[in-house]
Design a protein around this ligand. Structure first.
Ligand code: FUC
Length: 766
């Protein structure tokens, strides 16, 4: 079958707005390509263009009020607690920094007299190139745009099939010039703009574009780069800021000059090779390939789904697009993917387009390991290390605790003080702890002791904060206080209602996961024996998960009245996903409660944001319910997906793209418990299919083929020679690469087999 339906986004019209434009990126530099005929628009971003410099926003009055707020919460005096928290526990000032658009690059084309015909624009996910083609007055025009990671520039190639047919004028723009400080020529073929990002001690950045025509002429007039009668043109675009470079203008010129000496074909080849090294690791075909979708534009395919049609290729396309977006917005050396990846056309984006760490940033990285993009996880780890340094100061100043802490947001400066004066979210000390679990996940997927040694130090320091911060509750538990269950509200019998609380389920679940990870890591590293005992003791004193009056998992320590039973956050199911302590296998009663929780949330309007829906897919997959997981994948495509396949909160927020890709992987393969489970949540609709290159914890790479919903052939490659454990309720035959059957030991419903590093193991269902 043609892979086109699974790996091409194409349209028969230019983008009418930003949500129809097509994203490209190399982790650091990104663009949204509109594909307009007369005047091409490429809105572009660079990951470090943020307003303002670093600050110490730790509230100096927090520590003095800590005991008081704790007492108020233990006594159920919510109104007073809220009042105090808003003043004493919010950041000073209240907000972290925000991400900014870098600008637009416009190219105005002088077309001959005549008609437009055969227009098409596409994003080729196999090559990470945006292509626009059309005919005008009998001439065929073609544009290719991509962001190269090896060359760190955006490359725009313009072609026409008649010599001398390319005449154009291009220039930079930023909010109608209002946010531009400097814009001028550099030599005869380059334009450059340089802007302040604002704020005291803020950043400065430059963007420069250099034109290299074949035939014709190039000149700069004012701030316009003008090309006349060329056969072909390559425009190179570079952006740099003072976040990384002292002289961003000079850095841009260097990048442009380095790329300019290379032939276009070489630049393109190098880009494709680099990109495919990551992208080609995973392939996916779902269900029966249907013929029609590949000939239809993506917006039509979405519409068809919305009106009840089916298009299995679209799920695969969405999955691949998620992987594409991660490769394009998070590469070693870049900042992590923010709420919009790197794509943002605003000076004041929704939620500042920063890093919201009470679900969203974590969700961005859910597919990183399972979908074989472990390198793309690294920018997050670099940010965590910077948060560790700042978070030590926050821990000490605000709470008088050791270790490091971060609240529910962070920004380019790795700010760890609370964000907003928003009681449902602000006062929550778990953001850093949750993030450090990403280090543990990275290790679990790639068990490299050298990495664990570093990661352990960070995880341990996150834990250290809680050794000091946890306090005994009137019930005798060790609890977080003050805290919230992001971001839901509860009511007390007294009639008071609020969000601040102590010991919410999510906190206990995150702590259990982190403490268990530290215990296991310290064992693996043969260190900190006495700490291990201390950690185990803390776990034993944390509140247990409880089942509430509706059979649901309790969100808070007490079965309070939920003020918004359909809330988009389903924080208390953390233990089901991404956590591991609720599962149908080992805690069936809690799994039932989780199921009821989901039904309750959904019945009351839950899942209305893209990311919430994406989390729900993962929850159902973990409950081994393929039909529900599939239903919500479909709902996500129908209700929360923009024409360019960007996730729609609304507005655009990228987490749902990543969460859904992770969810599809989770439906096909799981490895978070004691072993690997093949096709754990396969829906009826995906009767046949194949996936290659998914990763499982323990260092395994896995290919799976299925027919009639049954595994027909699987290949497991052992990257590190770890013991293989596979859940198998029915019988599975395991053979070595030469076909000879291997005898695995059965332990409960697990098959266990030692493996040899680098060897392949063939599995088939009997
Ligand atoms: C949290 C969520 C919102 C949004 C924002 C970025 O506050 O509750 O839905 O995702 O983060």
């Amino acid at each position: 079958m043609s892979l086109t339906a699974e790996t091409t986004l194409w349209y028969d019209q230019p983008a009418l707005n930003w949500n129809e434009a097509l994203p490209i990126g190399n982790g650091r530099l990104g663009g949204m390509v509109f594909g307009c005929v007369e005047e091409e628009q490429i809105q572009f971003n660079e990951d470090s263009i943020w307003y303002g410099g670093p600050r110490d926003r730790n509230n100096p009055d927090a520590l003095a009020n800590l005991s008081l707020i704790r007492e108020l919460l233990f006594e159920g005096r919510l109104i007073e607690a809220h009042r105090l928290s808003e003043a004493a526990f919010s950041g000073t000032p209240r907000s972290q920094r925000h991400y900014l658009t870098a600008g637009d690059f416009f190219i105005h084309f002088d077309h001959p007299e005549g008609e437009l015909a055969n227009y098409r624009r596409e994003l080729d996910l196999e090559k990470a190139v945006a292509i626009t083609t059309y005919e005008y007055g009998g001439i065929t025009y073609r544009r290719e745009v991509f962001c190269s990671y090896p060359d760190q520039v955006m490359i725009i190639r313009l072609e026409a099939d008649r010599p001398g047919a390319l005449s154009l004028t291009s220039r930079f723009e930023r909010k109608k010039g209002k946010h531009m400080d400097e814009s001028h020529r550099h030599g005869t073929d380059t334009i450059v703009m340089t802007n302040d990002c604002g704020g005291r001690e803020g950043l400065v950045y430059s963007a420069a574009a250099k034109a290299i025509p074949v035939g014709g002429t190039v000149r700069v007039v004012g701030e316009h780069l003008i090309i006349d009668q060329a056969d072909e043109v390559v425009i190179l675009l570079a952006v740099a800021s003072t976040f990384r470079f002292k002289d961003p203008k000079k850095q841009c010129y260097e990048l442009l000059n380095q790329a300019a000496v290379k032939e276009f074909n070489l630049l393109k080849e190098t880009h494709i090779q680099d990109y495919q090294h990551l992208f080609n690791r995973v392939q996916l075909n779902l269900g029966k390939p249907s013929e029609s979708p590949s000939v239809e534009p993506v917006n039509k395919r979405l519409e068809k789904l919305q009106s009840g049609g089916e298009d299995t290729g679209l799920y695969a396309l969405h999955f691949h697009f998620g992987r594409y977006l991660l490769i394009s917005s998070s590469r070693p050396g870049s900042l992590p993917a923010n709420l919009q990846g790197i794509w943002n056309d605003s000076m004041s984006p929704p939620w500042d387009s920063k890093f919201t760490i009470n679900i969203n940033t974590q969700m961005n990285y859910w597919p990183a390991e399972s979908c074989n993009l472990a390198e793309c996880h690294l920018p997050l780890f670099e940010l965590i290390e910077r948060m560790r340094a700042n978070g030590r100061v926050t821990a000490e100043k605000m709470y008088g605790c050791r270790g490091f802490v971060a609240h529910h947001n962070t920004d380019i400066w790795a700010d760890t003080a609370p964000q907003d004066i928003y009681p449902p979210a602000t006062q929550w000390v778990m953001g850093g702890a949750w993030l450090t679990l990403h280090l543990w996940e990275h290790y679990k997927y790639n068990p490299d002791p050298a990495f664990l040694e570093q990661a352990y130090e960070t995880m341990k320091e996150a834990t250290l904060f809680f050794q000091d911060f946890l306090i005994e509750s009137p019930e005798g538990y060790l609890v977080t206080n003050p805290s919230v269950s992001p971001e839901n509200r509860y009511g007390l019998p007294s009639g008071e209602s609020g969000t601040l609380c102590y010991g919410p389920s999510m906190d206990n679940q995150i702590l259990t996961e982190l403490l268990n990870a530290c215990i296991e890591a310290s064992r693996l590293l043969s260190t900190d024996e006495s700490l291990r005992k201390e950690w185990a003791k803390i776990i034993s004193r944390l509140p247990d998960m409880k089942v509430g009056q509706y059979g649901q998992l309790q969100e808070w320590l007490v079965d309070y009245e939920e003020k918004d039973p359909g809330h988009r956050h389903i924080s208390h199911l953390f233990a089901l996903h991404p956590g591991t302590t609720i599962s149908p296998d080992y805690t069936p009663d809690l799994a039932d409660a989780a199921r009821i929780t989901l039904h309750r949330r959904l019945k009351n309007g839950g899942g209305h944001t893209g990311w919430s829906r994406a989390w729900i897919i993962n929850f159902w997959a973990r409950l081994l319910d393929g039909e529900q997981a599939y239903y919500h994948t479909r709902e996500l495509l129908k209700k929360s997906t923009l024409p360019n396949l960007f996730d729609n909160h609304p507005p655009f927020q990228i987490d749902g793209n990543f969460g859904a890709a992770a969810g599809i992987a989770e439906m096909l393969l799981q490895s978070h418990l004691d072993g690997i489970r093949i096709l754990p949540a396969l829906p009826q609709a995906w009767k046949q299919g194949s996936v290659t290159g998914l990763r499982a914890r323990g260092g395994f790479t896995i290919d799976i083929e299925w027919e009639e919903h049954k595994l027909t052939n699987g290949v497991i490659t052992s990257d590190r020679g770890e013991k293989l454990r596979i859940y198998s309720d029915s019988l599975i035959r395991i053979a070595s690469a030469d076909g000879s059957e291997l005898s695995a030991e059965r332990v409960g419903n697990l098959l266990e087999l030692p493996t040899v590093k680098g060897d392949k193991y063939i599995i088939t269902a009997y």
